[in-house]
Design a protein around this ligand. Structure first.
Ligand code: PGA
Length: 251
């Protein structure tokens, strides 16, 4: 069994209502029972639920996060938007940024960088998503896409202790397809190397894998020693699936 800290992060996307804290409560009970396992559990939930869930759950084992924010740090004329300070006040400790579902809506690397700056200014943690589309993969562009996403959205001035990278190939999200383990190992190694080269640091960044992670396929990922955890979408909406993912990872 690995002795390193492993992240299990749920990304609820547009899911959940006020009663759904019960899902996280069950996971909290499991987290308590399994506190000998060196893991960190975070749930990135809809912004409308953060404050309420924080009051309901009150767990030292589970942190809450948001799934996006506006880049602007003050109040302003941005209809429908929520900024990092607002999310912090609601109780978020993490913000997912650069998720491919938001890139698809037009988020650019440059815009994501502004959001990262705003989130770091609040001393919140960033879960920074990168990944190639199927077309880019077929055209053998995976490495160049990842390099550009890292280069254009991160900066050597950033506090890298507050940034977790999540490699999420767009074609694997919600599709039940996962990368070949060898391919994934190489990509994780590449991201770590590229990061260290670009920002002239010796520090290894934390890197998660995301995309169709479920209780059945999680054990295949356990062999990737340089992976720091998982960003889990669909399977994080069920307490049983989420708990089984953790259990099977450590089996
Ligand atoms: P999935 O989503 O686990 O449902 O594939 C992962 C994500 O989008 O973060």
């Amino acid at each position: 069994m690995t002795n390193k800290l492993v992240y299990f992060i749920g990304n609820w996307k547009m899911f959940g209502d006020f009663g759904s804290y019960k899902i996280i409560n069950k996971i909290n009970q499991y987290a308590h029972r399994s506190k000998n396992l060196k893991k960190r559990i975070i749930f990135c939930i809809p912004s409308t639920l953060i404050y309420f869930f924080n009051k309901k759950i009150r767990s030292k084992f589970i942190s809450l996060g948001a799934q996006n924010c506006h880049y602007h740090s003050n109040f302003g004329p941005f209809t429908g938007s929520i900024n990092a300070p607002m999310l912090k006040k609601a109780g978020a400790k993490y913000i997912i940024l650069g998720h491919s579902e938001n890139r698809l809506e037009g988020e650019t690397n440059k815009l994501i960088k502004k959001k990262i700056i705003s989130t770091l200014n609040q001393k919140l943690n960033v879960i920074f998503c990168i990944g190639e589309t199927l077309k880019e993969k077929r055209n053998k562009k995976t490495y160049s896409v990842l390099r550009k996403q890292i280069k254009d959205s991160l900066d050597k001035k950033f506090n890298f202790n507050k940034i977790i990278l999540a490699y999420e190939p767009v074609w694997s999200i919600g599709s039940n397809k996962i990368p070949k383990i060898n391919e994934l190992k190489n990509i994780i190694t590449f991201i770590k190397m590229e990061f260290k080269k670009e920002f002239k640091t010796k520090k290894n960044p934390k890197i998660l894998y995301g995309g169709s992670v479920n209780p059945k396929n999680i054990s295949t990922f356990s062999s990737i020693s340089n992976l720091d955890g998982f960003l889990i979408g669909g399977s994080s909406q069920s307490s049983k699936k989420f708990i089984d993912i953790i259990k099977n990872y450590y089996k």
